[in-house]
Design a protein around this ligand. Structure first.
Ligand code: SF4
Length: 330
């Protein structure tokens, strides 16, 4: 899977490093002083790297837990995100990581215990319910068989009374979760899109059927499952495609026990949009009619409202609809 693996010298003997490396006996391993030497090199070609990315094992020193962006969250007050990984093995055309990072290499920060300690300290200090989102700079579970992220974090964070953990994913890697007992304060949130969007924009991701099947297995095992319809893309036959998606959701999953659904129309920070559009000038999505307000490129407000109103209403037309939250900046 990875021809080259870079390892920071200071964590080359870390048990997690050794365990991850043992899964890639054929890879060439190169030591480095700091992951930034490889990850932050100037003038890297994201597209070329994406075809054969390297893996980088590193230690995260600071800024491990960050306040979540304003539109994140479920009308909750204390929202934070953390990233045990940077980048993703999938290749969604709209992914903001392509605008944020110059490199397509995958970084895993192996010092999970430091992240957990920071989360615990923050929760103890705040005392109120706190949400911690993983899967902001990566897909939470896509590399779970290699990283054992879920196994390492869930046990620890579920023991903190006022902490909630959301694992956001498009993957089907739920085996480790199914081996554990379900926790009420750990939510597995599946990002779903109609098959037409997956085919054209969410390259290398699992199919809709596979994602729904993974979500169903977790529901049957008693895990709280949430859905994220974000980004919603205004494609041709929008209503038909999204109506079919909602039907498949309600047929396959236990709608009434879903933890929550969030909806958000396609949007990107302005600078990231420009970079991503330059990477794919021929991509029809980026030629849509957008507006650019508050540093964000998004559908013009009236279109965005119509998209979200229609989705919300369509979901609520089904009995036992769970709570729906909009992910918008205003
Ligand atoms: S799954 Fe998420 S993180 Fe991965 S490429 Fe797609 S949008 Fe980016």
């Amino acid at each position: 899977m990875f021809s080259f693996i870079y390892v920071e010298k200071r964590i080359e003997k870390h048990p997690r490093t050794l365990k991850i490396l043992s899964q890639f006996p054929k890879s060439t391993v190169i030591t480095c002083e700091h992951y930034g030497e490889i990850f932050n090199r100037h003038q890297q070609d994201f597209r070329i790297q994406k075809k054969d990315p390297c893996l980088i094992l590193a230690e995260k020193h600071n800024k491990r837990i960050m306040p979540a962006p304003a539109e994140y969250g479920l009308n909750t007050t204390h929202n934070y995100y953390f990233s045990h990984m940077l980048n993703c093995i999938y290749d969604c055309r709209y992914c903001f990581l392509q605008g944020m990072f110059q490199s397509a290499h995958n970084v895993i920060f192996v010092n999970y215990e430091d992240f957990i300690e920071d989360i615990r300290a923050l929760a103890v200090k705040t005392k109120e319910p706190m949400w911690f989102y993983s899967g902001y700079d990566c897909d939470s579970l896509a590399l779970d068989p290699i990283t054992e992220f879920s196994k390492s974090f869930i046990e620890e964070i579920s023991s903190i009374d006022n902490a909630f953990l959301e694992l956001r994913t498009k993957s089907t890697q739920v085996r480790k979760l199914l081996e554990m007992k379900p926790r009420n304060n750990v939510i597995c949130a599946f990002s779903l899109s109609p098959a037409a969007v997956i085919k054209t924009l969410e390259h290398q991701t699992p199919s809709l059927a596979a994602r729904l099947s993974a979500a169903k297995k977790l529901q049957l095992a008693g895990w709280p499952v949430a859905l994220r319809l974000d980004p919603i893309v205004f494609i041709e036959n929008f209503r038909a495609e999204y109506t079919f998606l909602i039907e498949q959701i309600t047929e396959q999953l236990d709608f009434k026990t879903l933890h929550s659904i969030t909806i958000g129309a396609f949007r990107l920070p302005k600078g990231f949009f420009k970079t991503v559009k330059n990477l794919y000038p021929e991509e029809p999505l980026f030629s849509s009619q957008f507006s650019s307000d508050n540093g964000q490129v998004s559908y013009v407000k009236s279109t965005e409202k119509k998209i979200l109103d229609w989705c919300e209403e369509s979901l609520k037309n089904h009995n036992n609809c769970p709570s729906i939250y909009r992910q918008t900046l205003n």
